[in-house]
Design a protein around this ligand. Structure first.
Ligand code: FRU
Length: 491
């Protein structure tokens, strides 16, 4: 049954490929060959290669019964699509193989995921059943389902409990699950020796509707530089000041996970990325000890113009995490330097109330520069990217001196999208260091060596390729700007 459903899913993808529209197709980010993608799942290093799975609907570019798409890479840059790993096929996962994780035990690759069922006539979030399931593969391609390993939540009234994250701690397997009890979120923990039998450890952290939201999706717990981090995707946070304007957030807290399974929070809640499109992030411990992270580079209810092109959804670039006090820094994985092709070096410049077209064009570019705040007097200054000849399309990234914030403005960034996102710039700061990755329909900004990031989808026309430096009412000072053309890998 499972094999036949996988074949059917592959045929659906094959059929759509010739019809796929490629104007917004990303050149070096992972997206599904056709159909829909959301969360990254099961990030794992297996027999010398990185494997990455993702929530996938192969039959249309809309969310639907979830499959697990699959790709692998030996260098984090070049990805090979593999056959779909999981299709909903059994009574316990009939309506979807939801998010989860992957681990390697005895040279076998195991997937732990949530089986999802709709219980009502229509899709109704209040009438569902979820169970936690196990599957395995000895070749890293074909997976055998082993059925349900956790049938009911500790509190039987809980319907939403999902997204198992499994990791090894002191020789035992630990599992974190996000749950919703009434309108309050919970982090549940289990422990196992063999991945089949799980013992409930308890509720590691209990939240309250206000201020914690009603559900913590996609939990991840990991140790970094002597601290434990709880990374999750809270649903239901209220916008506050400049924060929480996406439908849902991606957040983290630091603290200590004790041996009994209690997570003692030590720090504040932080948003992981400050752009419009970043959700359901998951991490992987690379063989060299680096903690790598990917997220879904979209957001529920965002405009998704590529649905008309028969594909939808992308993953962020892989990022390296490091700890800065109670905060996380995210830098682009160092392997991404392999994307760089020809380089253009633009001399430092001062722009006086106006704009200056940069001698560089393209859709797939990396920029590295600094904005010099001490020499500048402009109210706003920064870069206009992916600009059309007529100036109607442009994506702005600028320092707003009045608000002392770095702003990503996609008001004129093409099909469907709008709005601004921003991050604070400290009063004592004299410069802002920027690394910017542009792909055909995305922008990822790494601010001050990953202290902040902003990731958003943009949908400019394919011929909106110009870039300029601008300043409003005063002078803006720019350092030398390095620009690299990035490889178009068609993944
Ligand atoms: C997060 C999420 C998960 C769930 C999956 C379903 O985006 O809602 O909680 O497992 O997507 O596709």
């Amino acid at each position: 049954m499972h094999a036949a459903l996988l074949d059917q899913a592959h045929r659906a993808i094959e059929k759509k490929l010739p019809e796929r529209g490629n104007d917004y197709r990303l050149g070096y980010h992972l997206s599904p060959p056709a159909g829909w993608m959301n969360d990254p799942n099961g990030l794992v290093f297996f027999r010398g290669e990185y494997h990455l799975f993702y929530q996938h609907h192969p039959y249309s570019a809309q969310w639907g019964p979830m499959h697990w798409g699959h790709a692998k890479s030996s260098d984090l840059v070049h990805w090979e699509h593999l056959p779909i790993a999981l299709a909903p096929s059994e009574a316990y996962d009939r309506d979807g193989c939801f998010s989860g994780s992957a681990v390697v035990l005895d040279d076998t690759l195991y997937l732990i995921y949530t089986g999802h069922l709709w219980l009502g006539e229509v899709r109704d979030d209040d009438k569902i059943r979820q169970v936690q399931c196990l599957a395995s593969s000895t070749d890293g391609i074909n997976f055998t389902k082993h059925g349900v390993v956790l049938q009911t939540p500790p509190d039987p009234s809980v319907m939403h409990w999902r997204d198992p994250k499994v990791w090894n701690r002191d020789g035992q397997w630990w599992m974190a699950l996000g749950a919703r009890q009434g309108d309050d979120p919970q982090l549940l923990l289990y422990r196992s020796r063999d991945l089949h039998d799980w013992e409930y450890l308890g509720c590691a952290l209990q939240g309250q509707r206000v201020p914690d939201g009603y559900m913590w999706e996609c939990p991840d717990i990991f140790e970094l530089d002597g601290r434990d981090f709880f990374l999750y995707s809270p649903q239901g946070l209220k916008p506050a000041g400049y924060d929480n304007w996406n439908l849902f957030q991606n957040s983290y807290r630091t603290g200590q996970l004790d041996d009994s399974g209690c997570f003692h929070v030590r720090g504040d809640l932080h948003e992981l990325d400050h752009g419009h499109d970043f959700y359901a992030a998951q991490t992987l411990l690379a063989p060299d000890g680096r903690r790598l992270l990917w997220a879904w580079m979209d957001m529920w209810e965002s405009p998704m113009p590529t649905q008309a092109d028969h594909w939808c959804g992308a993953l962020s670039l892989p990022r390296e995490l490091s700890r800065d006090g109670e905060r996380l820094r995210m830098r682009p994985a160092r392997e991404l330097a392999a994307l760089r092709q020809s380089q253009t070096l633009l001399q430092s410049c001062e722009v006086k109330s106006g704009s200056c077209v940069l001698d560089v064009q393209g859709a797939l570019l990396e920029f590295e520069l600094e904005l010099d705040l001490t020499g500048s007097s402009a109210e706003r200054f920064g870069l206009a990217l992916r600009c059309s000849e007529d100036g109607k399309e442009r994506t702005l990234l600028y320092f707003d001196a009045m608000a002392r914030r770095l702003v990503l403005d996609r008001q004129s960034s093409g099909a469907g999208v709008s709005g601004v996102r921003s991050v604070p710039i400290a009063a004592e700061q004299t410069r802002i260091a920027l690394r910017i990755f542009l792909d055909r329909s995305s922008i990822e900004v790494f601010v001050d060596d990953g202290a902040y990031t902003l990731s958003s989808r943009i949908y400019p026309r394919p011929d909106s390729l110009l870039a300029s430096a601008f300043a409003v009412n005063g002078t803006g000072c720019f350092s030398d700007i390095s620009v690299w053309r990035l490889a178009d890998l068609n993944i």
